[in-house]
Design a protein around this ligand. Structure first.
Ligand SMILES: Nc1ncnc2c1ncn2[C@@H]1O[C@H](COP(=O)(O)OP(=O)(O)OP(=O)(O)O)[C@@H](O)[C@H]1O
Length: 366
């Protein structure tokens, strides 16, 4: 982990933001090794209502976010993402299972203890709710005020936090004077004010344009690198996962359908995550032709080998569409091959020989 900055934002006596990990009594603990779980969710179930009207939103979820890791949770509407957030912050009591954040089992705490334990989690939302009557610095200082930090100290810390998110020069501005991206930066600074172990970002860029999204994601990565903070990003945007996440979980029907490092998940042939992370256009097929979907990852097969093998297949095969991305320093790609129907078996065999797993395009996702 890179050298931490000397920011002194924390609740209680001043200390470096990243190096200190105060426990619930405020006593600093040594920094966690990077393989330590900061979030550990086990057997999480949430059933809304009861009897005939019961809805199982989460059907038994295990999920771990390690120290300094950025983990994405994706899934279509109704998969259980919002329920997961509400359970993680204990705004919603799980029906079963445990949630541990920074070594504290939140599910074992009563309401009073929970109030202070929730400081382990910094929340960043799609729409940042800022207090219009306060300056930017006043907004960032607000959680510190609630936590009982003195006026002078919280003003100093708010400035440090604004510096960290690149807004030190706007400390005296009011929310109405900021762009959407700047408001999100303030939201992130505010979430960091009480020195959480985990930043929980709920669709953090869904309200932003492409360029601003890239800036915010790059800020999140930068903060992770500088502070060693763990980040859980809930999103429906696969581009967010590609750009910022180290690991990813796909939720489906309240269950974990797939998970793993993003580059690895993107390179697993024929899976839903691979198809979503490396999208290629849906093309019409039929008649004398068939479409084969071929995913590859340079970890197993160099891109040049794939392209050469396809070229060697000759006139029976055309590349109808293709995408190559670099994720975590690894090239991951997908090709849609337009193949003469009577040559499909031969083409599939040749591709398998070089370690690829062709599947029929549009075939049921695994
Ligand atoms: N308060 C509630 N009472 C009853 N059922 C609920 C409640 N909240 C969510 N559900 C149901 O639980 C399931 C999961 O919903 P949830 O909102 O967690 O999904 P989601 O992945 O966040 O969806 P979206 O992306 O549309 O927000 C859905 O079937 C939903 O209808």
């Amino acid at each position: 982990m890179p050298t931490p900055p000397t920011l002194s934002a924390s609740v209680g006596p001043c200390r470096p933001l990243s190096a200190s990990r105060p426990n619930l009594e405020g006593v600093p603990l040594p920094p966690l090794p990077t393989d330590t779980a900061r979030v550990r969710i086990a057997g999480l179930r949430k059933v809304y209502g009861s009897g005939e009207r019961a809805v199982t939103a989460l059907a038994g979820i295990d999920l771990t976010v390690r120290a300094g890791e950025i983990h994405g949770v994706v899934g279509r509407s109704g998969a259980g993402k919002s329920t997961l957030i509400r359970c993680l912050t204990l705004l919603e009591r799980p029906t079963a299972g445990t949630i541990e954040v920074d070594g504290v089992e939140l599910t074992a705490l009563g309401e009073r203890q929970l109030r202070s334990a929730r400081r382990r989690i910094g929340l960043v939302f799609q729409h940042v709710n800022l207090l219009d009557s306060r300056t930017i610095a006043g907004n960032v200082a607000y959680p510190l005020q609630i936590a009982g930090v003195g006026r002078r100290e919280r003003a100093a810390r708010a400035l440090e936090l604004l510096d960290l998110v690149g807004l030190a020069d706007r400390a005296d501005a009011h929310p109405a004077q900021l762009s959407g991206g700047q408001r999100q930066r303030v939201g992130i600074a505010r979430a960091l004010a009480v020195q959480p172990a985990v930043l929980l970002c709920d669709e953090p860029t869904s309200a932003l344009d492409g360029a601003t999204t890239r800036q915010i994601l790059s800020l999140i990565r930068d903060l992770r690198d500088r502070l060693g903070i763990s980040v859980l990003v809930i999103t429906h945007e696969m581009s967010v996962v590609r750009q910022v996440c180290d690991t990813v979980t796909l939720l489906d029907g309240g269950l974990v359908a797939e998970h793993g490092p993003v580059a690895e998940a993107a390179g697993r042939p024929g899976t839903r995550l691979a198809r979503a992370l490396i999208p290629v256009p849906d093309l019409p097929v039929g008649g004398e032709r068939a479409l084969l979907d071929v995913g590859f990852s340079t970890e197993r097969t160099p891109t040049a080998h794939v392209l050469r093998a396809v070229a060697d297949l000759g006139a029976a095969v055309e590349v109808a569409a293709g995408t190559i991305e670099t994720i975590a320093g690894r090239q991951v790609g997908r090709l849609q091959l337009d193949v003469r129907a009577d040559r499909v078996a031969v083409v599939e065999e040749r591709l398998r020989e070089i370690g690829l797993v062709p599947t029929a395009a549009g075939e049921g996702e695994r």
